[in-house]
Design a protein around this ligand. Structure first.
Ligand code: XMP
Length: 318
């Protein structure tokens, strides 16, 4: 059966009115398409009683807080930005096991939300959770592929009631809703970004230095692929980014030996993220990305391209 976008939006607005009523609600807004669509639906239901909060974990894309704020300013929705980066880095110090990292991040988000909720008398948390998030998080006979921060990463004890209007949607349906709700293309067509952010693109222990490196590399990959796609040199990938491996490798800079980090570039085609095929990027473009990364990001000495599909790999490295 075709996805009836208008009916879906109307149903969720009335459900939000029914479940939230005239109570204030907090929404974790990342600026991605899922949380942005959830924000607009609930805003239509409860108006200014919705408190959209952007948590800066220190693991976000380059200039993300500023970018998201400026988009929502234009939509006349006021966003609260909370800088919790020190808290996240401290909690993640010394942790390298992927599931442990995800659980810590999920819990930290909730603690930050609870703190905000307490000072504003809020009891309801709205999340932009979609179907792949809970399917991959396991339970009900399913294996845990990875605990998505907003599902399997939620702490057992939480002082907030959840409302998740997009729980049964897939990404391509959320994009349809985004267009119906007249969200700008920079949101509705934006590539997905995982809730735990760059944490799942730093294999092993997270440090501020590694976050800085991978953030710059992601930005270069985004710039180059978006340029190539705008010139129609490539088919626009569904998702594209850089990830940092924990091992350093030997190289040579000028006449001197170097020993620096390794970056993995990943670009995939997909419909809903449940399966994916790596993009066949032209060698010239890969060369451009590699030379920009090794020239512009100090401490990176080697760049690899990931040629694995999902399955057997996943899209993100952790
Ligand atoms: P994987 O790596 O599981 O990714 O193949 C599938 C899609 O989900 C995104 N992803 C997440 N999104 N919270 C999210 O909101 C998470 O914890 C999470 N983990 C992965 C990933 O970027 C890809 O688009």
């Amino acid at each position: 059966m075709a996805f009836d976008k208008k009916k879906f939006i109307e149903e969720q607005i009335s459900l939000a009115k029914q479940k939230i009523g005239d109570k204030p609600a907090l929404l974790g807004l990342s600026g991605g398409v899922d949380s942005s669509v959830a924000a607009l639906i609930v805003y239509k239901a409860i108006g200014k009683n919705l408190h959209p909060v952007f948590v800066d974990t220190g693991l976000m894309r380059l200039d993300e807080a500023k970018h998201v704020k400026s988009i929502f300013d234009k939509l006349k929705m006021k966003i609260e930005v909370i800088d919790a980066s020190e808290e996240f880095f401290t909690a993640l110090k010394g942790v390298s096991e992927p599931e442990k990292k995800r659980k810590i991040i999920g819990e930290k988000f909730i603690r930050v939300f609870e703190k905000y909720a307490k000072t504003h008398g809020i009891k309801v948390l709205v999340q932009g959770t979609i179907a792949p998030d809970w399917i991959e998080s396991g339970g009900q006979g399913r294996d845990t592929i990875k605990s998505h921060h907003n599902v399997g990463g939620l702490p057992e004890k939480m002082g907030l009631e959840l409302f998740e209007p997009l729980r049964d949607c897939y990404k391509h349906e959320v994009r349809i809703l985004a267009q119906e709700l007249k969200l700008p293309d920079e949101i509705s067509k934006r590539q997905p970004f995982p809730g735990p952010g760059l944490a799942v693109r730093i294999v092993g222990e997270i440090t501020k230095e590694k976050a800085q490196i991978v953030r710059k590399c992601c930005h270069i990959v985004e710039e180059e692929l978006e340029k190539a796609s705008a010139k129609k040199e490539i088919e626009h990938p569904w998702q594209y980014f850089a990830a940092l491996l924990p091992s350093k490798t030997v190289g040579v800079r000028g006449d001197e030996r170097s020993y620096q980090y390794t970056i993995v570039v990943r670009a995939v085609r997909s419909l809903d993220g449940m399966t994916a095929n790596f993009s066949h990027l032209p060698p010239k473009l890969l060369e451009k990305i590699s030379s920009r990364i090794t020239n512009e990001v100090s401490d990176v000495g080697r760049v690899l391209y990931d040629i694995t599909n999902k399955p057997p790999a996943t899209v993100e490295l952790e």
